[in-house]
Design a protein around this ligand. Structure first.
Ligand code: GSH
Length: 263
């Protein structure tokens, strides 16, 4: 099995978490997103969306992190990470779909607006423009431009923060009577949400987690799992996280102002 991934990418963290929870061995190939390695013709022939992760198993290529995790759970069922009942599986998939459809793009926005922007602004504008120009989807290109140009004052930023808040509220409720999102058992849904809670903290938004006690308890518990260390901690570059956190402190007052405005 070979995983094409990036150390900090949320979707890569989510797949690595499942691989380690299931004790599955894999080779890995790092894709440097800041250098634009995702746009190489060799990589695009594996993943036409020019995003990580991509998994190769038995000569077959799998893309889309949620579907990769479903594949892993079906192909390697020894340590199951899905609930048993069909209706519970649907409930889990609905939550994973919401994370993919709403939270993932919102996370890209807050990551670029807070964390990645300061270093992008030190690079020649033509170089950054050329990088953005290669994003295959016009909608994603336009959001990326807006966020790199305007940071937390980009019109997309406020909505992205509100999406995080509403998703974190939903998780906090689900966790009121349960250790894990789908009940007493740890599932793919926990692996799916974890990277976004982690990213909010890396970007200095810890208050979004600390103010939701059930979510905080869940996040503390997931960080104690051996798989978290293998899938996340070992891949997390401390200097970059320190820079993200500092960037979060620098724009804290701007974020407060943007978030306090009426819609
Ligand atoms: N729906 C895709 C999304 C993958 C995705 O957006 N990956 C990001 C990193 S988390 C990426 O590769 N971005 C490349 C870029 O920003 O150019 C999945 O779940 O695999």
């Amino acid at each position: 099995m070979r995983l094409y991934h990036n150390s900090l990418s949320s979707c890569s963290q989510k797949v690595r978490m499942v691989l380690h929870e299931k004790n599955l061995a894999y080779e890995d190939k790092l894709i440097d997103l800041q250098k634009g390695e995702q746009f190489s013709s060799e990589y695009i022939s594996l993943n036409p969306n020019a995003v990580v992760p991509t998994l190769e198993d038995n000569g077959i290529v799998f893309i889309e992190s949620t579907l990769i995790n479903e594949y892993l759970d079906d192909a390697y069922p020894q340590i199951p990470l899905k609930p048993e009942a069909a209706a519970d599986k649907h409930k889990m998939r609905l939550l994973c779909k919401k994370i993919d459809d709403a939270l993932h793009p919102a996370c890209g926005i807050i990551t670029y607006a807070i964390g990645a922007r300061p270093s992008l602004l030190t690079r020649p504008k033509e170089e950054v423009d050329a990088l953005i120009e290669q994003i295959p989807s016009a909608a994603r290109r336009s959001i990326r431009r807006s966020v790199v140009d305007n940071g937390v004052r980009a019109p997309e930023f406020r909505d992205a923060m509100l999406t995080h808040r509403s998703m974190f509220d939903q998780a906090n409720e689900l966790l009121a009577d349960n250790d894990w999102l789908m009940g007493p058992a740890f599932t793919l849904a926990d692996c799916a949400l974890m990277p976004y809670v982690l990213r909010a903290c890396h970007l200095g938004q810890n208050a979004e987690v600390d103010s939701r006690p059930n979510l905080k308890r869940w996040f503390d518990a997931i960080q104690q799992r051996p798989a978290f260390n293998e899938a996340v901690t070992k891949w997390t570059p401390a200097p970059l996280i320190a820079a993200f956190n500092k960037a979060g402190q620098t724009v804290a007052a701007d974020i407060d102002e943007v978030m306090s405005k009426l819609p």
